[in-house]
Write a protein that binds this ligand. Structure first.
Ligand code: CO
Length: 302
């Protein structure tokens, strides 16, 4: 791997791990979701990173919640909160996540432990030549030891410059996929674990978007929003970045137009189908004989 690129990846990883930790520490009783996510974005920049995303998800929501500018979600005791932080350096991405039980209650300790163990087991296997199904089976088997399941329709993914989901999906169960990992591949592994059915479905309206294809638009609102969105290249963008700049009315109109024309895709929150709790831990790594886990924080035990 080009040493300059490796340096960027490692820098992104360092910032991502630090901000994930600092953000997670702010998930306390009475904390505002909006304030914590604003804090995380600010910290990414202060630490010299570029924002790929700062997202969170509460309880049965597995992923893809980004507070809007007027969001009033306040964390309560025993909320099970996931923080998912993406940082990049010139498009080279570090993607990492962890889960916190608010208020120091201990109701969901096993779900979190199972997810940590699943991640650890997959990292242990992560080397050139290992088949994707093997990574999946290792994760599921750890979840099952606790009587849980992974969320089988969510998976890890390869990372490419400005592409958060590269060509390869890393399953969290034995998918029978015989594709092999290769030396130098950049991947994120993220077992979501739940006592529920292990399936998610989209729920609610999207606040996270990505450009699908770039083409001209006539509406002035749509044009402005597309220009703003392009600053993220092909990485996600969120409503409150737009509403704070253009106002809520123009943003809504612009987004609707861009969506209608197939220029952007929305990513609504993902809820476990039976409404069960979901925990998630995630690291990014470069595949080697011993993987380089570049989002590891010194306080991470997984
Ligand atoms: Co990820």
């Amino acid at each position: 791997m080009d040493p300059e690129i490796l340096k960027k990846i490692q820098k992104a990883g360092k910032v991502a791990a630090q901000v994930r930790r600092e953000g997670a520490a702010k998930f306390v009783v009475g904390a505002s979701a909006l304030e914590v996510m604003d804090f995380c974005e600010k910290r990414i920049l202060e630490l010299g990173g570029q924002i790929a995303w700062a997202q969170m998800a509460i309880n049965d929501i597995a992923a893809h919640f980004c507070p809007e500018e007027n969001d009033n979600t306040i964390l309560k005791e025993s909320d099970l909160v996931k923080i998912d932080i993406g940082v990049h350096q010139d498009g080279w991405i570090a993607d990492n996540a962890m889960t916190v039980e608010v208020g120091g209650t201990d109701k969901y300790k096993d779900i979190m432990k199972a997810s940590q163990n699943a991640l650890k087991a997959a990292i242990k296997l992560c080397r050139p030549g290992v088949k994707l199904w093997e990574l999946g089976e290792a994760q599921m088997s750890e979840a099952e030891k606790f009587g849980f399941t992974t969320v089988t329709n969510l998976c890890g993914h390869s990372l490419e410059q400005y592409h958060t989901h590269g060509g390869i999906s890393i399953p969290t169960f034995n998918s029978k996929n015989k594709t092999e990992l290769q030396e130098g591949m950049q991947i994120a592994i993220e077992p979501f674990v739940t006592p529920g059915q292990g399936l998610i479905k989209e729920k609610g309206i999207p606040t996270i978007w990505m450009i699908r294809k770039d083409k001209g638009v006539r509406s002035p609102y749509a044009k402005k929003i597309l220009e703003e969105a392009k600053k993220q290249n092909r990485l996600p963008f969120t409503n409150r970045w737009l509403t704070r700049k253009f106002g809520r009315g123009p943003t809504a109109l612009g987004l609707r137009e861009l969506q209608k024309q197939g220029i952007i895709t929305g990513y609504p929150p993902l809820a476990e189908v039976t409404g069960s709790m979901v925990a998630q831990f995630e690291h990014s790594m470069i595949v080697r004989d011993k993987p380089l886990v570049y989002t590891k924080h010194e306080d991470d035990s997984w």
